[in-house]
Design a binder for this molecule. Sequence first.
Ligand code: NAD
Ligand code: UDP
Length: 312
Amino acid sequence: MKKKVLVTGGAGFLGSHLCERLLNDGHEVLCMDNYFTGGKQNIAHLLSNPYFELIRHDVTMPYFVEVDEIYNLACPASPIHYQYNPIKTIKTSVMGAINMLGLAKRIRAKILQASTSEVYGDPTIHPQTEDYWGNVNPIGPRSCYDEGKRCAESLFVNYHAQNEVRIKIMRIFNTYGPRMHPNDGRVVSNFIVQALKGQDITVYGDGGQTRSFCYVDDLINGMVAMMDTDDSIQGPINVGNPSEFTILQLAQQVVALTGSKSKIIFKSLPTDDPMQRQPDITKAREILKWEPKVKLEEGLIKTIEYFKNTIS
Ligand code: NAD
Ligand code: UDP
C-alpha cells in the first residue's frame, strides 16, 4: 500500500538514504529539514521524483500535515555539531519530539524516534542491552545530546501510555557510509578524509576505546523493519553492528584500504568519551528478523569511493 511518510532531518546523512529507500518502495515522501547539518546536495537526485516533496522547516516549531507515518530524525548527530549550539540541540530533541508526537496524536500516524546508543552514556555493562539504564553525565559536554534524546524517549513512551500514540523507539549505534558530512568530525569520515588528503590521522586518546560500526544500508533496513512492526511493538530496540573495533584498528584499516601515506598521530581524548560500545542485538534479531550484513571492510571501501568523488 502506498503510504505518505514524513521524514524529519530528511536532508541529512541517514535521512537522505531513508527518503530514497521509501521512494523506491513506492511511497510518497515529505522531507523536512532546516539544513543545519544536512544539505540539498544529499537529496538533489530525488527532486525530480513527483512523489518527493521538500519542506524547509525547523522541527522546534509546530507543523501540520496529513501523513501515515513519521520518522523523526531531525537532530545534529556528530559531537562537533551538537555541541556547537547545545541549547538548540536540546530544543531540537525535546520540542521536536513534542511537536511530532502532537502531530502523530492528532492525525493518528505511526511515529518512529531515531534514538541513540548515547542514552547508555559511558556504559558500565557490555554489550549494551535495552534494559540497561545507562551512565550519562547530566552536566557534561555530551549531555545536550544524550539527555535530549533520553527526554525524547520519555516523551515517546508517555504519549503512548497517555494518548495511545503508536510509537517506535530505535536506538541507533554508530553508523557510517556515503553522504556523511566530510567536516562533521565523526571518526569514520574524519579518518577517510584525512587519509585521502595525506593529512595526519588523528586518533584521540590511545585509540583503545571501541565502537561498533554499522553500514548505512543495513541501518536503513532495520529502521524500515522497525516501523513495519505491529502496534504491540514500541521498543526500544538496538540497531547496530555488533562487530567491535578499537579506534586504532579503524585508523589502521583506513590507511591500508586507501593506500595512504598518512601518519597516525595521537591527540587528547575528549571529555566523557565513552570507552566501549557494542550493541546487543538479540531483540532486533528476534523481533525485526534483522541483522547487519555488510562487513566493515566492504562498507569502508564504498565510503572511501564516495569521499574520493566528493572531496577535492
Ligand atoms: P545528520 O546531522 O546528517 O542529520 C540530521 C539532519 O537533521 C540534518 O539534515 C539537519 O539539518 C537536520 N536538523 C537538525 N536540526 C534540525 C531542526 N531543528 N529542524 C529540522 N531539521 C533539523 O545526522 P545523521 O547521522 O543522519 O543522524 C540522523 C538521526 O539519527 C539523528 O537524530 C541522530 O541523533 C540519530 N543517530 C545517528 C547515528 C549515526 O551514527 N549516524 C547514531 C545514533 C543516532
Ligand atoms: N575519534 C578519534 N579521532 C577523530 C574523531 C573521533 O579518535 O578524528 C574517536 C572519538 O574520540 C570516539 C570515537 O572516535 O572515541 C567515535 O567518535 P565519533 O565522534 O564518531 O562518535 P561517538 O563518540 O559519538 O561514538
